[in-house]
Design a protein around this ligand. Sequence first.
Ligand SMILES: Cc1ncc(COP(=O)(O)O)c(C=O)c1O
Length: 368
Amino acid sequence: MSESRPRVQLTRGVPPVESFPIAQLAECAAAVLHEYGDVVLQYAPVRGFAPLRALLAREAGVDDDRVIVGQGSLQLQDFCARYLLGTGSVVYVEEPSYDRALTIIRRAGGQLVGFPLEEDGPDIDAVEARLESGERPKYFYVIPDFQNPSGAVLSLEKRQRLATLARAYEFWIVEDVPYRRLRYRGEEYPTLFELAPDRVIQMSSYSKLVSPGMRVGYVIAPASLAGPLAKMAEDTYIGPSYLNQAIIYEYIRRGWLEPNIARLCELYEPRLGATLSALEQHLADLATWQRPDGGFFVGVTLRFEVSADELLERARAANLILTDGRGFFPGCDVENFVRIPFCALTPEEINEGVVRLAEVLRGLVQAV
Ligand SMILES: Cc1ncc(COP(=O)(O)O)c(C=O)c1O
């Protein structure tokens, strides 16, 4: 009976525990407590641990003041939404997009307008048409590299077009790049920030490169926004955890980040490979998907309509736990989408998950 099979959890886009460099982080923690214990254990200026900000500012080619390092990037995104949006402010998003970001935008009063994802990113002709019709979004929230939940990468041409549109129609691009460095093969494109630094608010974090529990994320904000965002952060949490930021800084200073990223790519690449070959083997007639070169996710679109409730329930009965795909769509109205987060599972678990998904889907097709 299916119920006796072990549970396969295809729900959370989290790193696996074997990815954590625990011993190295323990060394860094001890070192920073000895070296800057007086600073990192105190309340401290809200924009974050100065040496880490300076390093990020140098990499981005901006003044240190434009870098805010906070408690994970999602909260910084919340500050951006709350500062920039009012009731009814239009926000463009990819469709599908990161469910928590959509929630944040809605909660800040934003009105979501989704643009369907194609292989190379959202439909930019549709974006242009809406802009030409007179609509003025406050910003476009984009995850250009190994998008959550689809795995899509925005092509160079679409990056350039989006940058040009943002300048012409004066909207911000909120560029979220937590997966960018997790490229297992192929060449990267320039970031939107590199293409239009005057129009882009870029955010990222060390959650997927070191540890999400450290909660160290950052935003490279335009000069006009950095002050208000910092004020919002200060009024929310006074100052961020300097201890965690200093540990991350020490980790980078010792030259351990780049080898860790290489190790993660080695760990995850076979998991992506297992996902793509299991999909090819078991789901080719039932669904379509992107073939990403990195990241955490492969998004699967079923070739037929289903009831998401029924899909989730049948999957649960087969001890396969799925995320509700509707949450990734602005209208929560698309039922035939399944996100497969592959990094936290072994290749064997991934294969078993896809086999079970195929079995559930075949049952649903027959029931139609
Ligand atoms: C696209 C995207 N942005 C932001 C986050 C949140 O990251 P952080 O841990 O920095 O808050 C996630 C986490 O899964 C994500 O997928």
